[in-house]
Design a protein. Sequence first.
Length: 425
Amino acid sequence: MAFVVAKFGGTSVASPERIQMVARRLIASKQAGNQVVAVVSAMGKTTDELVGLAKALNEDPPAREMDMLLSTGEQVSMSLLAMAIQARGYKAKSFTGWQAGITTDRNYSRAKIEDIDADRIKREVERGAIVIVAGFQGLTEDGDITTLGRGGSDTTAVALAYGLGADVCEIYSDVDGVYTADPRVCPRAKKLDEICYDDMLELSSAGAGVLQARAVEFAKKYNVVIHSRSAFTDTPGTLIKEVTSMEQAVISGVAHDTSEVKVTIRDLKDQYGIASTVFSALAGNMVNVDMIIQNVSEEGHTDLTFTCPESDLERACETVERVLPQIGAREYVVDKNIAKVSLVGTGMKSSPGVAARAFTALAENQVNILLISTSPIRLSIVVEASQCANAVRCLHTAFDLDSDQVFEETQLSAEEIAAKMNKGR
Ligand code: ADP
Ligand code: ASP
Ligand code: MG
């Protein structure tokens, strides 16, 4: 007998038929003698649709009201799933995030869990119910509803698994585990049996949407084992845990992210204090800067480029326009048409030549590099968005990650990749 927390994403609860499938799976787990808590996302594209509704009424919707609105999506799926289980003669009870004892800070739309009091959920499980909790939501100390960032139901599941002392946190989605690259973009990607927290965290942070980065961070901190697997098959998926028995690969995977934009401030003075002025102002306006590149100066002037999420672009432009006179610059340009492709691997630390091999592969495939940044376990390059899939695939091949088998589902076009990534904004 095990204590299982099982999270089902939007695709897995997208229709009444899919909810029935989830109900059957949870009942089977219960029948096998497990104690079962499920965490659900909103049905299908509900969250995106709610965002669209809000934007139709207010171009810049207030963050508090936005969280109030978005939290409703998960409440629909949780109650429907409880009804489906009850219709099959089993005890089930659904709970909102706050009923499940999840307290967060006040950062609407990206709140952090501060405390979990899972006693009520535990009592219900001990009474024999299959408990269903709405993912993605919590409550501030003073009683306001918050959400945990897009993809945040993963974090709810990991946090509850920790709070309940569960044996495993199963995250079900439309892929059967973590692959060496998004298999829809790179059909030769290989499914991993296991991956360590550090590699997974870096892949998720670099755009691998299969698990929310914050959920992995939480799992690492509290040593929660995650099992990423398919909602549609019974094949074992990928275990995400501290130590893996596998030899540390130089490259564990390739991730891509099309949710960022590039901003270049042209012809600014090359002197001390300028970068401080720009980036302090951006930070003050809550712009999440990722990569930063400054060119060699010519005649005391230089260019400064940074990337940030497209969702922060409006605030970034406002800020840059405000500081232009202070930094002696006249103009800036925005490029939305970019993708970041990252090679990730803890083994990279002790392996020289990764950059040379990557750049050679890109050159041989006529992929032009716009920006580069590195960390001890990641090499990221920015390319034109239309080159994203090409770059992912050629790097995947160059680092011997290709599988003999081809992932069966359809490959995505550059536009589809962009649309899919928009979900994470
Ligand atoms: P859910 O809605 O169930 O949370 P997501 O759409 O968030 O599911 O995550 C699953 C998707 O993650 C897959 O459809 C796949 O396209 C994408 N993905 C990106 N990178 C990877 C990767 N390295 N391995 C597996 N899937 C990945
Ligand atoms: N429904 C939320 C989203 O679409 C949370 C989640 O699915 O994890 O981002
Ligand atoms: Mg997800």
